[in-house]
Design a protein around this ligand. Structure first.
Ligand code: G6P
Length: 614
């Protein structure tokens, strides 16, 4: 949460920073601000609301300067106002600083600074940092970079910080702990900093991901210097970005979410590229191979995740238990980390995270590691914090997901978990060779089937039109389709602000049935498989109470087409892989309803894509 971006070099900083902020807006959009150094002046511009508000405001401002910092905020401490927007500036107007994270001991530091005569303008935790840096630099008579390092020794919490000072116009300092920060090294001696690589890729592919408690010191005309918090110099590890610029554009779609929904045939295919071969009959997750035996022998696998990734974990639980007969538990990372979980060296803890930065998931992994467990990751963002702290892992290769509501990352996570379940089952011998071969061929056919579901978009849009004004909705599914119901309900809540609940279909009788009347839409996944008959009975129960059934059915299911008020067909597939197919209509329903209701699909209110605070 919160996006930070900075530039120092020979070019004008403002357009680079503004563009960067737009790329990072998925991280928060409560306010935006920029500080620029123009010769010996430090100019700061801040506006509540989206980056576009700031952009409009800047039309009438002098935004010259070849060094600057910018921030897009997801509010934690203090309302989303102009004053609480970053950058925050020292009282003498010399130092400006942006921050992503939370300073947990900010109140104690603030009281001390007030005693020292500092006046606070904002309600943020961040303002403490800039005053502390100023205080230390004056007290110790050190430059602001050293003052930042000393200040951080007193700080408890999470941070990615970039600071500039008008007294040192050719210099910039940055630091991180638990919140991500990337430094891009340009070809002409210029430098770019950002929360992720998306604002940087346009200018350079040479990047350094800062590690926890590292400080980057940038001086124009010199090489990038990295220090740890104890002031020991470290050699920067320069990596080559693989990200392509086109992946960050809307590519002709109205919204990133729609583009990402339509990318799924490709993203799922990319996810198994080099990992599955149905004609030769093998599945191999290179990154996890070394740990497969450990997983097979583990007392249990514990999956930790949040939000949509947690739903993917639930699908994974069904698949791994069913196919590989390994005990799996799925935990909300936020609950796991605070309840003294019983974890030992015999456990394998797998984090699932699109961003690889979710604070609770990261902390859950650290806890598991401290108890001796093997920790693995399934992440989308290459080089993310989770991918770097885990013993091993597998990337989903879905490409950048910009829409705040997760779509292609979810189906890619489920794809990886399907591959993992198959691979473990094959190694463990819990499925026969012929079953294994049938299943990998079925999985390989999924991208083409997803494409066929997407071709129903126009019909799905018509169904969305019928239900765009409802206030509540229920989603029902059984077995591995129950998490799909949860995910369908979450998508609707997130982007259209309609209250929706997902339930295991049989649980409906234990409460939610009381809500059913002629105004209540009930989305049911009723594809052919083990629990088909039971789900059909659940549908009859809803019908008897006049609820409106929208059923996801297997292609050619004439029986259900007659019973349901509305139906969406998905191609026949093996039960194990229906979760991927059944998810697509729910994504499209939510998308169309949100658009019809005039909601901001890509940036729903109050949400952020990357939740780097607990
Ligand atoms: C936020 C996002 C969700 C996401 C969740 C977990 O709430 O809005 O879309 O599922 O975080 O994020 P992660 O990056 O760990 O998958």
């Amino acid at each position: 949460m919160c996006g930070i971006v900075a530039y120092i070099g020979k070019e004008q900083a403002f357009p680079i920073i503004l563009k960067g902020l737009k790329r990072l807006e998925y991280r928060g959009y409560d306010s935006a601000g920029i500080a620029l150094i123009n010769q010996d002046q430090l100019n700061v511009f801040k506006k509540a609301g989206k980056v576009s508000n700031l952009e409009e405001f800047m039309l009438h401002q002098d935004h010259n300067g070849t060094s600057g910092i910018g921030h897009t905020r997801w509010a934690t401490h203090g309302a989303p106002t102009d004053t609480n927007a970053h950058p925050h500036v020292s009282m003498d107007g010399s130092i400006a600083l942006i921050h992503n994270g939370i300073i947990e001991n900010y109140n104690a530091l603030k009281q001390e600074l007030i005693r020292q005569g500092y006046l606070f303008k904002s309600e943020t935790d961040t303002e403490v940092l800039v005053h502390l840096v100023d205080f230390i630099s004056k007290k110790e008579n050190v430059w602001f970079g050293e003052a930042l390092r000393l200040a951080l020794l007193n700080v408890v919490g999470a941070y990615a910080i970039v600071a500039i000072s008008k007294n040192f116009p050719g210099q910039m300092v940055a630091a991180r702990k638990s919140s991500p920060l990337v430094v891009g090294i340009g070809e002409n001696g210029d430098f770019y900093l950002a929360s992720d690589a998306t604002p940087i890729v346009e200018y350079t592919k040479r990047v350094v991901y800062l590690e926890d408690e590292e400080i980057a010191v940038i001086k124009l005309g010199e090489e990038l210097k990295i220090y740890n918090i104890s002031d020991q110099e470290k050699t920067p590890y320069i990596q080559q970005l693989e990200l392509e610029l086109e992946a960050l554009e809307k590519g002709g779609y109205d919204h990133f979410m729609l583009k990402e929904i339509h990318e799924q045939p490709r993203s799922i295919h990319d996810c198994f590229r080099g990992r599955l071969n149905s004609s030769e009959g093998w599945v191999s997750l290179g990154g996890l191979k070394e740990y497969e035996q450990k997983m097979i022998q583990a007392k249990r696998l514990v999956i930790v995740a949040c939000g949509t990734s947690w739903h993917a974990g639930l699908v994974g639980e069904y698949l791994i238990e069913e196919l590989a007969r390994i005990n799996v538990e799925v935990e909300y990372a936020s609950e796991f980390r605070y309840r003294n979980p019983i974890i030992s060296e015999e456990d394998v803890v797998i984090a699932i995270s699109q961003s690889g930065e979710t604070a609770d998931t990261l902390a859950a992994l650290e806890l598991a590691k401290s108890k001796g467990a093997t920790i693995l990751g399934i992440c989308n963002v290459v080089g993310s914090s989770i991918s770097r702290i885990t013993d091993a892992g597998s990337y989903t290769h879905a490409g950048p997901e910009i829409g705040v509501a997760s779509t292609k990352a979810f189906t890619a996570q489920v794809t990886i978990l399907s591959l993992l379940a198959l691979s473990l089952a094959h190694k463990k011998g819990t499925i026969s060779e012929s079953e294994f071969r049938i299943l990998i061929a079925e999985l390989e056919a999924i991208p083409e089937k997803v494409q066929r579901v997407l071709e129903n978009n126009a019909d799905i849009e018509k169904i969305a039109l019928e239900f765009k004004d409802v206030t509540n909705a229920l989603y029902l599914g059984r077995g591995s389709l129950f998490p799909v119901a949860l995910e369908g309900a979450l998508k609707l809540k997130e982007i259209s602000y309609i209250h929706a609940e997902g339930y295991p279909a049989a649980e409906m009788k234990h409460g939610p049935i009381a809500l059913i009347d002629e105004n209540m839409p009930i989305f049911v996944i009723a594809t052919q498989g083990n629990s088909y008959e039971k789900v059909v009975s659940n549908i009859q129960e809803v019908k008897a109470r006049k609820g409106k059934i929208i059923a996801i059915v297997t292609e050619g299911d004439e029986h259900l087409k007659e019973i349901a008020d509305y139906h969406i067909e998905i191609p026949k597939s093996h039960e194990f892989f229906v979760p991927i197919l059944a998810t697509i209509p729910f994504q499209l329903i939510s998308y169309h309803i949100a658009v019809m209701r005039g909601c901001n699909v890509d940036q729903p209110r109050n949400l952020a894509k990357s939740v780097t605070v607990e």
